[in-house]
Ligand binder design. Structure first.
Ligand code: 5GP
Ligand code: ZN
Length: 112
């Protein structure tokens, strides 16, 4: 898998930094957010490094679709299939880690 040496999420995927795994397959990894904003807050990431969701959509749309499926399956298990899916894209939109990640927020009724 392509990895960026200074990328936090590449290190988490490689097991160099510990995380609480929720799901894993050949292309995709999901783990609990360290600072949860909802009862269930999971980050779903491609194992391959892409900087943001637009790059992922362009270069591997099948993986983007798969990430949505993984999000759905987490919410099916945690909260009757309902969830919020967020991709912060760019620093001024709140992106702090530049390895694309879907925030899956679920497990409770969410504020608007
Ligand atoms: P962003 O702000 O880029 O959309 O989201 C980055 C997310 O990564 C934040 O919600 C933050 O809490 C989470 N995060 C940052 N560092 C770590 C870490 O070392 N481990 C885990 N599990 N989550 C992290
Ligand atoms: Zn990365």
């Amino acid at each position: 898998m392509s990895q960026e040496s200074d990328c936090l999420f590449c290190k988490i995927i490689a097991g160099q930094i510990p995380s609480t795994k929720v799901y894993e397959d050949d292309t995709t990894y999901a783990f609990k957010d360290i600072n949860p904003k909802a009862k269930v807050h999971v980050l779903v990431v491609p194992k391959r490094h892409y900087g943001n969701v637009a790059a992922l959509a362009k270069q591997d749309p099948q993986e983007l679709s798969h990430i949505v499926e993984v999000a759905q399956s987490i919410a099916d298990k945690e909260f009757h299939g309902e969830y919020r899916l967020v991709f912060n894209t760019g620093r001024d939109a709140g992106q702090t880690v530049f390895h694309v990640h879907a925030h899956v927020l679920t497990g409770e009724v969410l504020d608007e």
